[in-house]
Ligand binder design. Structure first.
Ligand code: NAD
Length: 332
């Protein structure tokens, strides 16, 4: 039995606990939030043994085995250091930190410590993305490929997005996932990055933006764009499409399908020169946090590497930080 402590009882904290609280080898030992009411609510909802506003007591407690960190990136490095000090394994949300210098420190600590650290690159555990990665790597669309991706949010709650913006721009926040997807699907490094950005809403601080679009050139000749906007007038949109000379693959998440209660994610595959369409229904969880925790437990028990490795995590982070620098320089 693993005693797990969650730090950060917000949106992603609940996504983690929803998927793991019923696991037979997991005990929700503690839940922590700077807002005591949230911690109390989570303790009641997920039958946690205890709750608190600060995490220190859980780190010092020899019964704690695993920390799940679902706070904002500004606190991730500090929590990692505490986990190393008290020898607690860590499942930490992305992005690893807010800047490159801290990210380098984060990586070097992970590499030199004897705790196990898995970063929340959840798409690596998503059955739909795993299937598409396999199809592309087996040549389903040919090579090189075009990757068209966006993740736009219609903002209804600026309090939450304001906090996120203080930590990461839209391009950095989820961009780490999609730069990682580009590297994973093509098996290739990013060779160049560029982009444009704009601040459209008065709620957005002057020194950042709420709409960004980046383009990537991969070392194998593939190209990609990733668009991310959070705004009062931006429509929610979720495009994930991969095109090559021999075909096209498009992912539609179950939440964007008309009868999402019954069906899974949809993979639409068009092949050329056959000119044939094929559809695949993947019964998958959008955020398979349970599979991610199971992987961390395997890392502890069988000494297998993290997925992706901390080097791969750093590479996608480095790319979005460079994109962010360019975007802020070019911003309207
Ligand atoms: N992997 C994914 O798909 C995914 C999706 C959404 C968010 N995230 C990441 O998860 C993290 C949290 O985002 P969210 O959307 O859940 O935000 P949120 O605002 O919903 O929740 C964050 C919670 O952490 C608490 N908190 C902040 N600092 C704390 C501290 N030092 N100690 C204890 N509690 C603290 C806040 O009070 C809040 O309740 C971010 O890094 C975000 O990028 C990942």
């Amino acid at each position: 039995m693993y005693n797990v402590v969650l730090i950060g009882c917000g949106h992603m904290g609940s996504v983690h606990l929803d998927d793991i609280y019923m696991m037979e080898n997991v005990c929700i030992y503690g839940v922590v939030d700077v807002d005591i009411e949230r911690a109390k609510l989570f303790a009641r909802k997920y039958h946690a043994v205890s709750f608190d506003v600060s995490y220190e007591r859980y780190l010092q407690d020899e019964n704690t085995d695993i920390i799940i960190c679902a706070t904002y990136p500004e606190s991730h490095l500090k929590i990692l250091k505490e986990c190393v000090k008290y020898h607690k394994h860590l499942l930490c949300e992305k992005p690893i930190t807010t800047n490159l210098k801290q990210a380098e420190e984060f990586v070097s600590i992970v590499q030199s410590s004897d705790i196990k650290v898995q970063i929340g690159y959840i798409l690596r555990f998503n059955e739909t993305y795993k299937k598409v990665a396999q199809m592309i790597q087996e040549g389903a669309v040919g090579h090189p490929i075009i990757m068209r991706m966006n993740q736009n949010h219609h903002v209804m709650d600026w309090e939450k997005y304001g906090m996120l913006l203080q930590n990461a721009s839209p391009i950095v926040d989820c961009g780490v996932h999609y730069v990682d997807v580009c590297r994973w699907f093509t098996g290739s490094d990013v060779a160049g990055v560029s982009g444009i950005a704009m601040r459209t809403d008065h709620e957005v601080p002057q020194d950042t933006y709420n709409y960004g679009l980046i383009t990537l050139k991969m070392a194998d000749g593939s190209i990609a764009y990733y668009e991310a906007g959070w705004g009062n007038t931006i429509a929610a949109e979720n495009l994930k499409e991969f095109i090559g000379p021999l075909g096209r693959i498009r992912i539609t998440e179950r939440t964007n399908r008309p009868s999402c209660q019954e069906e899974g994610d949809l993979i639409e595959y068009y092949s050329y020169p056959e000119k044939e369409y094929k559809t695949i229904n993947v019964n998958c969880k959008r955020r398979p946090t349970g599979a991610q925790l199971e992987h961390l437990i395997k890392m502890i028990e069988e000494d297998i590497p993290a997925t992706p490795t901390i080097d791969e995590v750093f590479k996608s982070f480095e790319t979005v930080i460079e994109a962010d620098r360019i975007l802020k320089q070019n911003q309207n």
